[in-house]
Design a protein around this ligand. Structure first.
Ligand code: SAH
Length: 213
């Protein structure tokens, strides 16, 4: 599947946002996977990117991006750079992307890849996404591509009032719920939460030490 036909396919699967579909059509997913998985890059499935991590299924990437409702002027925080495919899509659709990756090799290779491909509105950080990027907060939208057990309150705090966060939440190894969280505009009111889809993401690591029984 070329990336034009991928966009047509995603449209047939219910993705409506024209900008998201155009962004997908402009990217080549092959650029984001390793030599040995290149032929499989066409399929609408997740693929291994090494270090026990995966590049997400294009349908899920499109759905998450659409749910953020970005128009073009936003500053977006992404947690879990991975291959950088989702980062590249965000880069085409908003003003600035701030992306955080905890695995040093992945952070390095995604940065090199996205620079080589000419993306120039992306800022990279190697670190624990549970902490977000306090120096650059608040963000208009936050996209998380690894699954924590619960919504990290630090991240919610870095979301602008009226902003949206899309995040898979659930237990490690199990199915998670992809949540769309709208932070309320009014002070005193917290957020509205909508469940979009059951998903399976790699767990979000880092964070506070957990006691394992
Ligand atoms: N969206 C990316 C990657 C999805 S896999 C893509 O499509 O290629 C999830 C990524 O989140 C992995 O690269 C993993 O290393 C990263 N990750 C896991 N826990 C993290 C944390 N606490 N902070 C930052 N990144 C994290």
């Amino acid at each position: 599947m070329g990336d034009r036909s991928r966009a047509r396919y995603l449209s047939s699967q219910g993705i409506r946002d024209r900008r998201v579909l155009e962004g997908i059509a402009r990217l080549s997913r092959e650029d984001f996977v390793s030599e040995d998985t290149r032929e499989e890059a066409a399929a609408d499935t997740p693929l291994s990117i090494g270090h026990g991590q995966t590049i997400s299924q294009p349908f899920v990437v499109a759905l998450m991006t659409e749910a953020l409702g970005i128009k073009g002027h936003e500053r977006v925080l992404e947690i879990g750079t991975g291959s950088g495919y989702q980062t590249a899509l965000l880069s085409l659709l908003c003003r600035e992307v701030y992306t955080v990756e905890i695995v040093p090799e992945l952070a390095r290779s995604a940065r090199a890849r996205l620079r080589r491909l000419g993306f120039d509105n992306i800022y990279f950080r190697r670190g624990d996404g549970n902490e977000g990027w306090p120096e650059q907060a608040p963000f208009d939208a936050i996209l998380v591509t690894a699954a924590p057990d619960e919504v990290p309150s630090t991240l919610l705090g870095q979301l602008r009032r009226g902003g949206r966060m899309v995040i898979p939440v659930g237990p490690t190894g199990g199915t998670q719920e992809l949540l769309l969280i709208r932070r309320a505009r009014k002070p005193g009111v917290l957020a509205q939460v909508e469940s979009l889809l059951p998903v399976r993401f790699v767990p979000m690591t880092g964070g506070a030490l957990r006691v394992v029984p």
